[in-house]
Design a protein around this ligand. Structure first.
Ligand SMILES: Nc1ncnc2c1ncn2[C@@H]1O[C@H](COP(=O)(O)OP(=O)(O)OP(=O)(O)O)[C@@H](O)[C@H]1O
Ligand SMILES: [Mg+2]
Length: 248
């Protein structure tokens, strides 16, 4: 916990389970970690002791750490145990079910659920980043969507604004709804600064996604600055100075 963060909430708030969300994306490399870090900053600005979780990571740096895990940890309000934040880390930056098979370490969803519940018990809010897109396999008979169901979490969808994102976003929305999971909101992330007609794309998404746009994250910003451009899902206090950003 940093010096600026408040101590864990007690009393009335502790009678309720801390809010938690599953951060899904339209694809890999579209800004799930970036937006999750921004949301962690926004939650912390509301006084919540927010922590990020990356249950399955693939690819490690020379120092043995996974970049997503490190970025989420840096944005979190406190340093949680590594095996709770990241129960599975595979060396190769490849599809996780292949990495798991090659390392002989199958991904067991129950282990992730246990780690999540232990983490949630210590936190004021938890954001769980998925893996790649929403249907990435985690084993022969389960995938990332099944993990979101096992965790029982509402989903925040990060849409990486680039050509093709409307189709990816709508397919993901269908997959979320088909599993009975609430879509708490979506974030438009300007991953491609050269994208043509981005405002029209955002408008098309707004007309078709049955959940609030939590904000538009500009290209080249920082997670800390992006936090001020985001509205938190309903039920959570808005971040100070936050306001929905209209599409350009
Ligand atoms: N709004 C933005 N402006 C500038 N760079 C961004 C923005 N969003 C994401 N990036 C950069 O794009 C890259 C991919 O983003 P990020 O790692 O968050 O994607 P991801 O969806 O979490 O990927 P993965 O599937 O590997 O987990 C990173 O280098 C990140 O810093
Ligand atoms: Mg990531």
């Amino acid at each position: 916990m940093t010096a600026t963060d408040p101590p864990p909430r007690t009393g009335h708030a502790s009678e309720h389970r801390p809010p938690a969300f599953f951060i899904a994306g339209t694809d890999t490399e579209i800004g799930k970690t970036f937006v999750a870090c921004a949301l962690l900053h926004a939650l912390r600005a509301c006084g919540l002791r927010a922590v990020g979780m990356k249950p399955v990571a693939a690819g490690v740096e020379a120092d043995g750490r996974n970049e997503d895990v490190a970025r989420l940890a840096a944005a979190s309000a406190f340093a949680a145990a590594a095996d709770l934040v990241n129960p599975y880390c595979f060396r190769a930056a490849i599809a996780p079910h292949i990495a798991a098979a090659e390392e002989g370490r199958p991904i067991v969803p129950a282990r992730i659920v246990d780690a999540f519940e232990a983490l949630r018990a210590q936190a004021g809010a938890v954001l769980v980043e998925g893996v790649g897109g929403f249907r990435v396999p985690l084993g022969d008979d389960h995938d990332t969507a099944d993990l979101a169901v096992a965790l029982g979490l509402p989903v925040i969808l990060v849409v990486g604004l680039r050509l093709g994102c409307i189709n990816h976003a709508l397919l993901t929305q269908e997959a979320i709804a088909a599993r009975g999971l609430p879509l708490a909101g979506w974030v438009a992330n300007r991953i491609d600064p050269e994208m043509a007609r981005s405002a029209e794309n955002i408008a098309a998404l707004r007309a078709r996604i049955a959940a609030p746009l939590l904000g538009v994250v500009e290209h080249g910003t920082t997670p800390e600055a992006a936090a001020r451009q985001l509205t938190l899902p309903s039920g959570l206090a808005p971040a100070p100075s936050s306001a929905p950003v209209p599409p350009r």
